[in-house]
Ligand binder design. Structure first.
Ligand code: 6PG
Length: 239
């Protein structure tokens, strides 16, 4: 298992490049919600335009969803549709949408069925953001969902961070099953969580759910800017 911390000026560009690589390899890509990935999705569309990547053998999945209608401004699907699927148009690959409108339990069961019917999970590249509380997908600090080891998808009755709506989320084993996980984080608001999850003194801790992936995942790349890296102190540096 390897964790590579990559402090770069524009993490979204690096994320888009990894998406292009996975798409060229005709792999399955798990998209993340939130706001940070918008830029990465835009760069990906630009790359598909310039390189002419054939996406017909790729499937897009998603790591989590808010239990709202798909046209609600809080919907991850709405963000993905606007920044990725609509710009790709008829070149867009198959996208397995999490149906947030079904509610947490029915929505989770629906997505688990879709995953298993597709023979999954067989994720080649899995994108994640990290919350300022250290959550990833919709796995929040101290919640029982962190202990789920059998199911691939769970309902989350209460979100631990805004938007405070019920959620649907892939579980830790489903996330960890990916060939490669890419965390994307920018800004000082993520610096503490990045340090607690991936820093030199980090330990797996249910209070920082992202840290729980470190011992389980095959490969984690953490793409961060200087601000998100600002609380990472390696030995020999002034504390
Ligand atoms: C969600 C996301 C969530 C997100 C982090 C970071 O549904 O909110 O999947 O896990 O990745 O909260 O969000 P930002 O990119 O908006 O900071």
């Amino acid at each position: 298992m390897t964790v590579s911390l990559e402090i770069v000026e524009d993490p979204a560009r690096g994320c888009a490049a990894l998406m292009v690589g996975a798409a060229i390899a005709q792999g399955d890509i798990v998209l993340t919600g939130g706001s940070t990935p918008r830029a990465a999705y835009r760069y990906f569309v630009e790359a598909v335009d310039s390189v002419g990547v054939d996406l017909r053998q790729t499937t897009f999945w998603v790591g989590d969803e808010r239990c709202v209608d798909p046209d609600d401004d809080r919907s991850n699907y709405k963000m993905i549709k606007e920044s990725l699927l609509d710009p790709l148009g008829d070149r867009a690959p198959r996208f397995e949408r999490m149906k947030g409108e079904l509610g947490p339990e029915a929505g989770a069961a629906d997505y688990e069925r879709a995953l298993r019917e597709a023979g999954g999970p067989a994720f080649d590249l899995l994108l994640l953001g990290i919350g300022s509380d250290g959550h990833c997908a919709s796995l929040f600090p101290g919640q029982a969902t962190l202990n789920e080891r059998e199911r691939l998808v769970v309902g989350v009755p209460q979100a631990g961070l805004e938007p405070f709506v019920p959620r649907i989320s892939l579980t830790l084993p489903a996330l960890a099953s990916a060939g490669r996980i890419v965390f994307l984080a920018t800004g000082t608001s993520k610096a503490d969580a990045v340090s607690r999850a991936f820093g030199p003194d980090a330990e797996p801790d249910p209070q920082t759910p992202s840290s729980l992936l470190v011992p389980e995942a095959a490969s984690i790349s953490v793409l961060i800017d200087d601000d998100a890296a600002s609380q990472l102190h390696f030995t020999g540096e002034p504390q």
